[in-house]
Design a protein around this ligand. Structure first.
Ligand code: DC
Length: 221
Protein backbone atom coordinates (compact mmCIF):
# COMPACT_ATOMS: atom_id res chain seq x y z
CA UNK A 1 0.00 0.00 0.00
CA UNK A 2 1.20 3.48 -0.81
CA UNK A 3 1.29 6.72 1.17
CA UNK A 4 -1.45 8.23 -0.94
CA UNK A 5 -4.74 9.85 -0.02
CA UNK A 6 -7.08 9.90 -2.99
CA UNK A 7 -9.96 12.37 -3.09
CA UNK A 8 -12.49 11.64 -5.81
CA UNK A 9 -15.79 13.34 -6.39
CA UNK A 10 -17.89 15.47 -8.70
CA UNK A 11 -16.97 18.96 -9.78
CA UNK A 12 -17.02 21.73 -7.13
CA UNK A 13 -17.35 19.28 -4.26
CA UNK A 14 -14.35 20.95 -2.59
CA UNK A 15 -11.70 18.46 -3.76
CA UNK A 16 -9.21 21.11 -4.87
CA UNK A 17 -9.34 23.24 -1.72
CA UNK A 18 -9.29 20.29 0.65
CA UNK A 19 -6.49 18.51 -1.23
CA UNK A 20 -4.30 21.61 -1.00
CA UNK A 21 -4.98 22.07 2.71
CA UNK A 22 -4.34 18.40 3.41
CA UNK A 23 -1.12 18.31 1.36
CA UNK A 24 0.12 21.41 3.25
CA UNK A 25 -0.72 19.87 6.61
CA UNK A 26 1.11 16.65 5.77
CA UNK A 27 3.86 18.33 3.75
CA UNK A 28 3.05 16.02 0.85
CA UNK A 29 2.92 16.51 -2.90
CA UNK A 30 -0.32 17.05 -4.72
CA UNK A 31 -1.81 15.83 -7.98
CA UNK A 32 -4.78 17.75 -9.37
CA UNK A 33 -5.58 15.28 -12.14
CA UNK A 34 -8.43 17.44 -13.49
CA UNK A 35 -5.89 20.11 -14.38
CA UNK A 36 -4.14 17.62 -16.69
CA UNK A 37 -7.40 16.96 -18.59
CA UNK A 38 -8.03 20.72 -18.59
CA UNK A 39 -4.54 21.57 -19.88
CA UNK A 40 -4.94 19.09 -22.74
CA UNK A 41 -8.33 20.65 -23.52
CA UNK A 42 -6.76 24.11 -23.47
CA UNK A 43 -4.14 22.99 -26.00
CA UNK A 44 -6.77 21.31 -28.18
CA UNK A 45 -9.12 24.32 -28.17
CA UNK A 46 -6.21 26.62 -29.01
CA UNK A 47 -5.62 24.50 -32.08
CA UNK A 48 -9.33 24.52 -32.94
CA UNK A 49 -9.58 20.76 -32.44
CA UNK A 50 -12.89 19.17 -31.50
CA UNK A 51 -13.64 16.00 -29.57
CA UNK A 52 -13.79 14.24 -32.93
CA UNK A 53 -10.03 14.84 -33.41
CA UNK A 54 -8.90 12.29 -30.82
CA UNK A 55 -5.82 11.17 -32.79
CA UNK A 56 -4.58 14.77 -33.01
CA UNK A 57 -5.29 15.25 -29.31
CA UNK A 58 -3.25 12.11 -28.55
CA UNK A 59 -0.35 13.60 -30.50
CA UNK A 60 -0.72 16.85 -28.55
CA UNK A 61 -0.42 14.89 -25.30
CA UNK A 62 2.69 13.10 -26.59
CA UNK A 63 4.44 16.32 -27.59
CA UNK A 64 3.20 18.54 -24.77
CA UNK A 65 5.57 20.19 -22.34
CA UNK A 66 3.50 20.52 -19.17
CA UNK A 67 5.25 21.41 -15.95
CA UNK A 68 3.64 21.45 -12.49
CA UNK A 69 5.40 23.70 -10.01
CA UNK A 70 4.30 25.38 -6.76
CA UNK A 71 0.61 24.55 -7.39
CA UNK A 72 0.84 26.10 -10.84
CA UNK A 73 0.74 24.54 -14.28
CA UNK A 74 3.00 25.74 -17.09
CA UNK A 75 2.71 24.97 -20.78
CA UNK A 76 5.90 25.77 -22.66
CA UNK A 77 6.95 28.01 -19.75
CA UNK A 78 3.66 29.97 -19.78
CA UNK A 79 1.56 29.85 -16.61
CA UNK A 80 -1.86 28.58 -17.70
CA UNK A 81 -3.19 27.82 -14.18
CA UNK A 82 -6.01 30.36 -14.38
CA UNK A 83 -6.71 30.03 -18.11
CA UNK A 84 -7.75 26.38 -17.72
CA UNK A 85 -10.37 27.12 -15.03
CA UNK A 86 -13.22 28.19 -17.32
CA UNK A 87 -16.35 26.04 -17.55
CA UNK A 88 -15.84 25.79 -21.34
CA UNK A 89 -12.56 24.00 -20.70
CA UNK A 90 -14.06 21.89 -17.91
CA UNK A 91 -16.79 20.77 -20.25
CA UNK A 92 -14.35 19.92 -23.07
CA UNK A 93 -12.21 18.04 -20.54
CA UNK A 94 -15.21 15.98 -19.50
CA UNK A 95 -15.95 15.13 -23.14
CA UNK A 96 -12.43 13.96 -24.06
CA UNK A 97 -11.96 12.15 -20.78
CA UNK A 98 -14.46 9.47 -21.79
CA UNK A 99 -12.04 8.07 -24.40
CA UNK A 100 -10.12 5.05 -23.22
CA UNK A 101 -7.02 5.80 -25.34
CA UNK A 102 -6.75 9.28 -23.80
CA UNK A 103 -7.09 7.98 -20.25
CA UNK A 104 -4.63 5.15 -20.90
CA UNK A 105 -1.76 7.40 -22.00
CA UNK A 106 -2.23 9.55 -18.90
CA UNK A 107 -2.06 6.77 -16.30
CA UNK A 108 1.75 6.49 -16.05
CA UNK A 109 2.08 10.27 -16.12
CA UNK A 110 -0.30 10.61 -13.17
CA UNK A 111 1.48 7.80 -11.29
CA UNK A 112 4.80 9.59 -11.76
CA UNK A 113 3.64 12.24 -9.27
CA UNK A 114 4.02 9.77 -6.42
CA UNK A 115 7.06 9.99 -4.16
CA UNK A 116 7.68 8.16 -0.88
CA UNK A 117 6.95 11.30 1.10
CA UNK A 118 3.29 11.02 0.17
CA UNK A 119 0.76 12.27 -2.32
CA UNK A 120 -2.74 13.72 -2.17
CA UNK A 121 -4.37 12.94 -5.53
CA UNK A 122 -7.72 14.42 -6.54
CA UNK A 123 -9.95 13.63 -9.48
CA UNK A 124 -12.57 11.13 -10.57
CA UNK A 125 -10.73 7.81 -10.72
CA UNK A 126 -7.78 8.30 -8.38
CA UNK A 127 -8.85 5.62 -5.89
CA UNK A 128 -10.46 3.27 -8.39
CA UNK A 129 -8.03 3.20 -11.35
CA UNK A 130 -4.90 5.34 -11.04
CA UNK A 131 -3.94 4.55 -7.42
CA UNK A 132 -5.98 1.52 -6.34
CA UNK A 133 -3.20 0.75 -3.82
CA UNK A 134 -3.67 4.08 -1.97
CA UNK A 135 -3.91 3.64 1.80
CA UNK A 136 -6.74 6.12 2.27
CA UNK A 137 -9.53 6.84 -0.22
CA UNK A 138 -12.08 9.61 0.13
CA UNK A 139 -15.18 10.23 -1.94
CA UNK A 140 -16.13 13.86 -1.48
CA UNK A 141 -19.52 15.11 -2.51
CA UNK A 142 -21.95 17.99 -1.88
CA UNK A 143 -25.46 18.74 -3.02
CA UNK A 144 -25.86 20.05 -6.54
CA UNK A 145 -27.20 23.51 -5.68
CA UNK A 146 -24.33 24.15 -3.31
CA UNK A 147 -21.77 22.96 -5.88
CA UNK A 148 -23.21 25.26 -8.55
CA UNK A 149 -23.09 28.23 -6.16
CA UNK A 150 -19.52 27.41 -5.11
CA UNK A 151 -18.31 27.21 -8.72
CA UNK A 152 -20.14 30.45 -9.58
CA UNK A 153 -18.46 32.24 -6.66
CA UNK A 154 -15.05 30.78 -7.54
CA UNK A 155 -15.32 32.00 -11.12
CA UNK A 156 -16.62 35.48 -10.34
CA UNK A 157 -13.99 35.94 -7.61
CA UNK A 158 -11.34 35.26 -10.23
CA UNK A 159 -12.94 37.80 -12.54
CA UNK A 160 -14.20 35.11 -14.95
CA UNK A 161 -17.70 36.05 -16.12
CA UNK A 162 -20.27 33.29 -15.63
CA UNK A 163 -23.97 32.87 -16.31
CA UNK A 164 -25.59 30.97 -13.46
CA UNK A 165 -28.12 29.16 -15.65
CA UNK A 166 -25.53 28.02 -18.20
CA UNK A 167 -23.13 27.07 -15.45
CA UNK A 168 -25.79 24.94 -13.74
CA UNK A 169 -26.53 23.12 -17.00
CA UNK A 170 -22.86 22.53 -17.73
CA UNK A 171 -22.16 21.15 -14.24
CA UNK A 172 -25.19 18.85 -14.39
CA UNK A 173 -24.22 17.61 -17.87
CA UNK A 174 -20.67 17.06 -16.68
CA UNK A 175 -21.87 15.06 -13.65
CA UNK A 176 -23.94 12.82 -15.89
CA UNK A 177 -21.12 12.33 -18.41
CA UNK A 178 -18.49 11.61 -15.72
CA UNK A 179 -20.76 9.15 -13.88
CA UNK A 180 -22.10 7.31 -16.93
CA UNK A 181 -19.03 6.88 -19.14
CA UNK A 182 -17.95 3.28 -19.54
CA UNK A 183 -14.26 3.92 -19.00
CA UNK A 184 -13.16 4.92 -15.46
CA UNK A 185 -16.49 6.47 -14.46
CA UNK A 186 -16.91 8.55 -11.33
CA UNK A 187 -17.85 5.89 -8.79
CA UNK A 188 -17.24 5.38 -5.10
CA UNK A 189 -14.30 3.03 -4.50
CA UNK A 190 -15.50 0.15 -2.35
CA UNK A 191 -12.98 0.99 0.37
CA UNK A 192 -13.62 4.77 0.33
CA UNK A 193 -14.88 7.01 3.11
CA UNK A 194 -17.77 9.10 1.80
CA UNK A 195 -17.91 12.71 3.01
CA UNK A 196 -20.69 15.17 2.22
CA UNK A 197 -19.17 18.65 2.40
CA UNK A 198 -22.44 20.53 1.77
CA UNK A 199 -22.65 22.07 5.22
CA UNK A 200 -19.14 21.57 6.60
CA UNK A 201 -16.37 24.06 5.97
CA UNK A 202 -13.17 23.00 4.25
CA UNK A 203 -11.00 23.26 7.39
CA UNK A 204 -13.27 20.83 9.24
CA UNK A 205 -13.31 18.38 6.32
CA UNK A 206 -9.52 18.62 6.05
CA UNK A 207 -9.08 17.96 9.77
CA UNK A 208 -11.48 15.05 9.60
CA UNK A 209 -9.47 13.39 6.80
CA UNK A 210 -6.19 14.26 8.52
CA UNK A 211 -7.38 12.56 11.71
CA UNK A 212 -8.45 9.42 9.87
CA UNK A 213 -5.00 9.33 8.29
CA UNK A 214 -3.13 9.83 11.59
CA UNK A 215 -5.27 7.40 13.56
CA UNK A 216 -5.68 4.61 11.04
CA UNK A 217 -3.08 4.64 8.28
CA UNK A 218 -0.08 6.79 9.10
CA UNK A 219 2.17 3.99 10.36
CA UNK A 220 0.89 1.02 8.34
CA UNK A 221 3.46 -0.29 5.85
O1 DC B 1 -11.90 18.22 -11.52
P1 DC B 1 -12.12 19.10 -12.76
O2 DC B 1 -13.44 19.81 -12.77
O3 DC B 1 -10.97 20.04 -12.94
O4 DC B 1 -12.11 18.08 -14.02
C1 DC B 1 -12.45 18.47 -15.31
C2 DC B 1 -12.94 17.27 -16.09
O5 DC B 1 -11.84 16.38 -16.33
C3 DC B 1 -13.99 16.42 -15.40
O6 DC B 1 -15.32 16.83 -15.69
C4 DC B 1 -13.75 15.04 -15.95
C5 DC B 1 -12.27 15.02 -16.26
N1 DC B 1 -11.49 14.29 -15.26
C6 DC B 1 -11.48 12.92 -15.36
O7 DC B 1 -12.15 12.35 -16.21
N2 DC B 1 -10.72 12.19 -14.52
C7 DC B 1 -10.00 12.76 -13.56
N3 DC B 1 -9.25 12.01 -12.75
C8 DC B 1 -10.03 14.17 -13.41
C9 DC B 1 -10.81 14.91 -14.27
Amino acid sequence: MLNIITIDGPTASGKGTISKKLANKLNWKILDSGSIYRAISYMALKKNLSIFNIQEILLLIKDSKLIFKDSKIFLENVDISQKIRTEEIGSFASKISKFNNIRKVLIDYQRSFYTNTGLVADGRDMGTVVFPEAKLKIFLTANIEIRIKRRFNQLTKKGVSANLKNLAKSIKDRDLADINRSCSPLIIAKDAYVIDSSYIDSDKVTNYIFNIWMNRFCCIK
